[in-house]
Design a protein around this ligand. Structure first.
Ligand SMILES: Nc1nc2c(c(=O)[nH]1)N[C@H]1C(S)=C(S)[C@@H](COP(=O)(O)O)O[C@H]1N2
Ligand SMILES: [Mo]
Length: 318
C-alpha cells in the first residue's frame, strides 16, 4: 500500500474521527507541533479518504464530460444489494466475507454453442478500460463512479448469438449460504435477481460489464466480481454478481418489474418527466451533496442512446 495514502487513512482513523480530541484545540495544536507539521497540513491529509491501490490494468477514461467521481468511501458504503440486506449502509459490513473466487459465468440460450467462462480467463480475454459514469438510482440518489470494465458488445460478439436472439438476460448468483435474504426470503423480491436488455441496447457502447472501480477489482458490496452497468438507466438494471447470461427471443421478466409492475418497467430509462408513482424523478441527491440537482434525460446520455427509443412512448414503456 502507498505510504502516504496509508498515513492519511491512519490519521483519519486514529485522530480526526475522534471528535472529543479534535475539538480540544490545544491538544490538537500540540500534536501538530509534535509531528512538525502545520495544523492545516494535518487536516488536509486527514481529509483524504481511503482508496485502494489499483490491481487492474486498464486504459484511462479521458473524462470528456468532466465528471468528478464520488470518493471510494462513498461508492462502497451506500449500496443496494438486497441479497445481503435492504439497509444501504449495512451492505458493506454484511458483504465483507462474500466469496467471489473462484467464479464462473455460463453463457447459454440462443448462441452458436453454450459455454462457461472462468472469471480469470475473462479478465485476460477482454482489454479493460475506465469509464467514468453518472449512476442514478430510481430512489432519487446518484453518484459518479470510475468503473473498470469492457463493453458488453465485446462479450456479445464473443458469445456469437443466433439471429433470432432479441434480448439478453442476466442472473445473479443464487447461494442462500452466502446471501442471508435468499435464506430468509427478505427484501420482497424473488431470487435469483434477474435483469435484461434488448439486444440493440446491449450493443450500445455505453453498456459495460464492470469488474472494478477506482482501478481495483470490485468489492463485494458493489457486485463482485462482475456486474452490468447501463448508465442511462436506473441503477436497478445494473445487476450484480452475475453467474448466467442467456440470449433469448422473449423479453426477460426482470426482478423489480416482477415485484411491482406498476412501479418498475423493463426499460427503466432515467427520465425526469416520468415520475415514479410514489415520488418525482425530476431531481436527485448526489452522494455527499446537501442540495438536490436536476435529473437529466437518459441521465445525461441522450446523445448516445435517444435513437434506441425514438419510436417508443416513454410514458407507456417506462
Ligand atoms: N443482484 C442485485 N443487483 C443489484 C441490486 C440488488 O439488490 N441485487 N440492486 C440494484 C440497485 S437498486 C442499484 S441502485 C444498484 C446499486 O449499485 P451500487 O451498490 O454499486 O451503488 O445495484 C443494482 N443491482
Ligand atoms: Mo436502485
Amino acid at each position: 500500500m502507498n505510504y502516504i495514502k496509508r498515513k492519511s487513512w491512519e490519521l483519519k482513523e486514529s485522530f480526526v474521527t475522534d471528535e472529543k480530541f479534535f475539538n480540544d484545540r490545544r491538544k490538537f495544536l500540540k500534536l501538530g507541533a509534535a509531528l512538525a507539521v502545520s495544523t492545516s497540513a494535518v487536516m488536509e491529509l486527514a481529509a483524504k479518504e481511503f482508496t485502494p491501490l489499483p490491481n487492474l490494468h486498464y486504459t484511462k477514461d479521458l473524462n470528456q464530460n468532466n465528471l468528478t467521481p464520488n470518493s471510494y468511501e462513498q461508492i462502497t458504503s451506500y449500496n443496494n444489494f438486497y441479497e445481503f440486506t435492504t439497509s444501504k449502509k449495512a451492505v458493506k459490513e454484511k458483504a465483507k466475507n462474500f466469496r467471489s473466487e473462484p467464479w464462473q459465468i455460463s453463457v447459454d440460450g440462443l448462441v452458436e454453442k453454450p459455454f462457461i467462462l472462468d472469471m480469470e480467463k475473462l479478465l485476460k480475454k477482454f482489454a479493460l478500460e475506465e469509464r467514468i459514469y453518472r449512476f442514478r438510482c430510481v430512489e432519487g440518489w446518484s453518484m459518479v463512479v470510475p468503473w473498470i470494465g469492457f463493453e458488453l458488445s465485446e462479450l456479445i460478439k464473443y458469445a456469437k448469438p443466433l439471429s433470432n436472439a432479441k434480448y439478453i438476460r442476466f442472473e445473479t448468483l443464487y447461494d442462500p449460504k452466502q446471501f442471508p435474504s435468499q435464506r430468509y426470503g427478505l427484501g420482497s423480491i424473488d431470487y435469483p435477481y434477474v435483469e435484461g436488455l434488448r439486444m440493440d441496447e446491449a450493443m450500445n457502447p455505453l453498456a459495460i460489464i464492470a469488474v472494478g472501480l477506482y482501478g481495483h477489482t470490485l468489492p463485494p458490496q458493489n457486485g463482485a466480481p462482475i456486474r452490468l452497468i447501463t448508465p442511462w438507466k436506473y441503477g436497478f438494471k445494473s445487476i450484480k454478481s452475475i453467474v448466467k447470461i442467456t440470449f433469448t427471443d422473449t423479453m426477460p421478466l426482470n426482478t423489480w418489474r416482477k415485484a411491482a409492475p406498476y412501479e418498475y418497467g423493463f426499460y427503466a430509462n432515467v427520465n425526469p418527466d416520468v415520475d415514479h408513482p410514489r415520488w418525482s424523478q425530476k431531481r436527485e441527491r448526489l452522494l455527499g451533496k446537501f442540495f438536490k440537482q436536476d435529473t437529466l434525460m437518459f441521465n445525461g446520455y441522450e446523445k448516445e442512446v435517444a435513437d434506441l427509443y425514438k419510436d417508443m412512448d416513454l410514458r407507456k414503456e417506462f
